[in-house]
Write a protein that binds this ligand. Structure first.
Ligand SMILES: *Cc1c(COP(=O)(O)O)cnc(C)c1O
Length: 380
């Protein structure tokens, strides 16, 4: 029976506990597992290598993304670092020019020291990506939509460009989740998640996931996971499984509210631009309608003055002024002063991340309350 996507998060591989019928997978707090004879074990030997609670989550992640292998890490950055560790000294990576700051930092400050070379391209423009490919390019890392300007990448076109060059296409699917977008079905080789965000959904766990299309690539990443050790613990694995069980209803609610707020913002005189791919006038709207099942709960907008932008984020009462995203509560931020502050001002300006730009992670509160909150905050 082919399950529909709302059901898959509920019926995913954890299933019933075969021994007791418990409807939730137990939290296996055991670092080691007895062996029946030297080297003879029942699937688990040591919890860095594998833990039954983590394995349930990893199976669920693979199922949701339609991949061969799922792997759970202590954070999104641990997951991304394991993926980049597939590369060898001298290999070249093409990365989106407005990629998540932590990904930029680990490539520039850590992997560059080991001889991994990086170029940055506008991933919304396949030709620009193609122009950056070199004979030694082995990986292309993209997000779609991007943060905070919500630019949409043509994942099918990028998969073709990567594969022509014998490189792997890695998609950070944090903003969309597998409920709204399945990059592996569009030709990507590896999906990475900061599961800290929508997959957990309650701002209560830091976690990362990797899902691979190819079991052999999955095995190589499992080797790296075990060798470098950045695994997700059993408690956090269990929390993440619990979060994923409501992923579908949460994503529907996030998107419903984001659409309402985006449309309302476009009619406000103090708003000069709204970046939400769900708006028909957004440059990536049609592409996203083809490659995803929805537009998600993230948006950003530009105000008439920097003072207005700062006033809004200081005065909202429901929207919490904080970094991060994807939780049930609405968050608001000024990227130029917060998440993107470490990017040099000149590069920020080139990307369009001005001090008039406000980013919102739309929660699942009543949309009318959220709109009233923004209106009072903007009025000052
Ligand atoms: C938060 C985030 C990350 C990093 O994940 P952590 O769980 O914080 O390590 C990576 N990519 C995107 C798009 C993110 O939003």
């Amino acid at each position: 029976m082919a399950l529909r996507r709302q059901t898959r998060g509920l019926e995913g591989s954890p299933g019933l506990d075969p021994r007791t019928g418990a409807v939730n997978v137990p939290i296996y707090l055991s670092s080691t597992f007895a062996q029946d004879g030297p080297g003879v074990h029942r699937g688990y030997e040591y919890s860095r290598t594998g833990n039954p609670t983590r394995a349930a989550l990893e199976g669920l992640a693979a199922e949701l993304e339609g991949g061969a292998r799922g792997l759970a890490f202590a954070s999104g950055m641990a997951a991304m670092s394991a993926v980049v560790s597939l590369l060898n000294q001298g290999d070249h990576v093409v990365v989106g020019d407005d990629v998540y700051g932590g990904t930029y930092r680990v490539l520039e400050k850590v992997f560059a020291r080991f001889g991994i070379r990086v170029s940055y391209a506008d991933t919304a423009n396949p030709q620009a990506v193609k122009d950056h490919m070199r004979p030694e390019t082995r990986m292309l890392i993209v997000e779609s939509p991007t943060n905070p300007l919500m630019k949409v990448a043509d994942l099918r076109a990028l998969a073709e460009i990567a594969h022509e060059a014998e490189a792997l296409l890695v998609v950070d699917n944090t903003f969309m989740t597998p409920y709204l977008q399945q990059p592996l079905a569009l030709g990507a080789d590896i999906v990475v998640h900061s599961a800290t965000k929508y997959l957990s959904g309650h701002s209560d766990v830091v976690a990362g996931l990797v899902v691979t299309a190819d079991p052999e690539v999955g095995e190589r990443i499992h080797f790296l996971q075990n060798a470098t050790g950045g695994i997700l613990g059993p408690h956090d694995s269990w929390l993440l499984i619990r979060g994923i069980r409501t992923l579908g209803v949460r994503m529907e609610a996030h998107e419903h509210n984001a659409r309402r707020i985006a449309r309302w913002l476009t009619a406000q005189p103090w708003v000069t631009r709204v970046h939400y791919p769900g708006l028909p006038e957004h440059a990536g709207h049609e592409l996203m309608a083809r490659q995803a099942r929805g537009f998600g709960g993230m948006l950003s907008f530009e105000t008439d003055t920097p003072e207005r932008a700062e006033g809004i984020v200081r005065r909202t009462r429901l929207f919490i002024l904080a970094e991060s995203l994807g939780g049930v509560e609405s968050l608001i931020s000024l990227p130029a002063r917060m998440t993107h502050a470490s990017i040099p001002a000149e590069r920020r300006a080139r990307l369009g991340i001005t001090d008039r730009l406000v980013r919102v992670s739309v929660g699942i509160e009543d949309a009318d309350d959220l709109i009233e909150d923004l209106a009072q905050a903007a009025a000052g």
